[in-house]
Write a new protein. Structure first.
Length: 222
């Protein structure tokens, strides 16, 4: 039996991030590359997902945050998971997954998982840096690996994991006006959880993916 896909849009909007949109000039491939080459003070945003998750029991994982060069602009490449999965069914996510013993680093995990999930070969990928780890409610510690991706390339979705591959303009995602804060009640009276949602056309980016994008936003605007 396929579980119904969780719909974050049924939960009320408590607020909007609201920060000014980043200057498109700061969102070019050259600007993003230069920002990761610099050390500037900035503060990652805490997430409710880490609450109640013992740090010593977290499993390692990594995702690729692929910024695809489209002319003078960048698009963020994302996937929608298949509806039949036991966890995170139908959710928008970055390509990536659990670390394996033979992976030499989180970067290697992200590259391997990306090729397995969507067929994007590493020859198209330029790693520019990593963002702070993100702890999830499903007990993973995810390392986001940010990369520039150069077309042309051909993608092949793993039908067992990925239902769709799509792109969102980075300029859209790097605007606080598009960052909704929503709140859900946890089961059995365990309190509330606040999360970000970023609706774009027929897609809703939320949870860990939205939290990672919020930290990319803070990092680039430092």
């Amino acid at each position: 039996m396929i579980k119904p896909v969780f719909d974050p849009m049924v939960f009320p909007v408590d607020g909007i991030g609201g920060e000014a949109a980043l200057d498109p000039a700061a969102l070019s491939a050259a600007s993003v590359r230069a920002r990761f080459a610099r050390t500037l003070p900035w503060e990652p945003e805490a997430s409710d997902e880490a609450l109640g998750t013992p740090a010593l029991r977290l499993r390692r994982a990594a995702v690729l945050v692929p910024l695809v060069e489209r002319g003078t602009s960048l698009n963020v490449l994302l996937t929608r998971r298949t509806d039949h999965l036991a966890s995170h069914a139908g959710q928008v996510s970055f390509p990536g997954g659990r670390a394996e013993e033979l992976d030499s680093s989180p970067i290697e995990t992200a590259l391997r998982e990306t090729e397995e999930e969507i067929g994007l070969h590493r020859r198209h990928i330029e790693i520019v840096g990593v963002l702070p780890d993100h702890a999830t409610i499903s007990a993973y510690r995810i390392t986001p690996v940010v990369a520039l991706v150069t077309p042309p390339f051909t993608l092949h979705a793993d039908p067992g994991e990925v239902a769709e591959i799509f792109e969102v303009p980075l300029t859209f995602l790097m605007a606080g006006a598009h960052h909704q804060r929503r709140t859900m009640d946890l089961p059995e009276g365990a309190g509330k959880r606040t999360f970000y949602a970023m609706p774009y056309e027929q897609y809703v980016i939320w949870g860990a993916s939205a939290a990672i994008l919020r930290n990319l936003f803070h990092f680039l605007r430092a």
